[in-house]
Design a protein around this ligand. Structure first.
Ligand code: HMG
Ligand code: MG
Length: 298
């Protein structure tokens, strides 16, 4: 009963690079994103327009956004925390804006310097103005399956944040396992509760792979009919304001699994591997994607 088609949203250039000690040049970022544009991916999160003091690795977001090739049919997204970020994202001509906040109070405070209730009016304005500017708008809710500061997060807290974001007008909500603590049993307990409230086609899953459970969690989500997953080339990624968080589930690993299950993604694995080898060399260490390592040609 798995879906026949799945949409992969590549977040490597944003989530993947935001926590890296190695800062890539603008040229390398643009080169990589241009390669990703040719893999068949239809959604690429290219950068974030946050305060560069908070995320120095992405301080060049405007240059990256202005420098990349735009291929037809691809949605180029950027993460935006507030009005200031939205203005820069519009200047960078992104197609889509992604707003973000957490289901847990402490992570929200540490990550964006506001309480959950203080965040709502800020994002409401961003969503309204982004829609008025003709952008699509995606939302993220972080710490859905656990918080690095608070531990377990009640699903009621996730629902409350999700309801506020949908009321603002977001078109899709990505459920973040920010620190990669979820397991398939938990996924199969939490998702049905959310699916009672929110349409399945408006939900995406964003698994980090800290403990190696991300692919299992994707399979558990597929069992429930979820068709949109975020992933990152090579398994790069992590939130600097969530201690212990490691990379996103690797795009190459998700593609390998889905391809061999007969689930269509429209993404060419060979081309994705080639983009993975490119970025691995630029980062200068072995990335965590199992499939990328299995397909290394010496
Ligand atoms: P703040 O310090 O409270 O902001 O930070 P402020 O509004 O008080 O402004 C302070 C200064 O920041 C001002 O400059 C502003 O101009 C500047 P000054 O006058 O002092 O020179 N500023 C900005 N500059 C550039 N772009 C902006 C911007 N906004 C203000 N957009 C803020 C609040 C939200 C900006 C800050 O906390 C921040 O940038 N946080 C971002 C943290 C982040 O990017 N975390 C990682 C992404 S989230 C994630 O990874 C999770 C996810 O993957 C899903 C999952 O895995 O769960 C999405
Ligand atoms: Mg993330």
């Amino acid at each position: 009963n798995w879906p026949t088609n799945v949409t992969i949203k590549e977040v490597g250039p944003r989530d993947g690079l935001q926590n890296e000690q190695t800062f890539l040049s603008v040229e390398d970022k643009i080169n990589w994103i241009n390669q990703l544009s040719r893999t068949g991916l239809q959604h690429i999160e290219i950068t974030s327009f946050v305060n560069p003091k908070w995320i120095p690795a992405l301080a060049d977001s405007l240059e990256v956004a202005k420098g990349i090739e735009r291929l037809p049919g691809i949605t180029y997204t950027a993460l935006v925390p507030n009005r200031h970020g939205l203005e820069r994202a519009i200047e960078g001509s992104v197609d889509e804006v992604a707003v973000f906040m957490s289901a847990s109070e402490t992570h929200n405070q540490k990550n964006i310097n506001k309480s959950i209730d203080e965040t709502f009016p800020v994002l409401k304005e961003v969503v309204r103005e982004a829609l008025m500017a003709g952008k699509s708008v995606r939302g993220y809710v972080s710490t859905v399956f656990g918080c690095p500061y608070e531990g377990q997060v009640p699903v009621e807290n996730v629902i409350r944040v999700a309801e506020h974001l949908f009321e603002m007008g977001i078109q899709e909500l990505s459920l973040g396992d920010t620190i990669g603590v979820a397991n398939p049993k938990q996924v199969q307990e939490v998702l049905p509760i959310l699916l009672k409230r929110f349409p399945i086609e408006k939900l995406a899953l964003h698994f980090h792979d800290t403990h190696g459970t991300a692919l299992a969690n994707i399979l558990a989500s597929l069992d429930m009919g979820i068709t949109t997953f975020d992933s990152s080339t090579g398994g790069l990624g992590g939130c600097p304001y969530a201690p212990g968080a490691s990379g996103n589930v690797a795009t190459e690993d998700v593609l390998y699994m889905l391809n061999n299950m007969g689930i269509q993604t429209g993404v060419n694995l060979e081309k994705q591997l080639s983009a993975g080898h490119f970025i691995q060399e630029k980062i200068g260490r072995t990335l965590s994607s199992r499939n990328l390592q299995a397909c290394t040609i010496n």
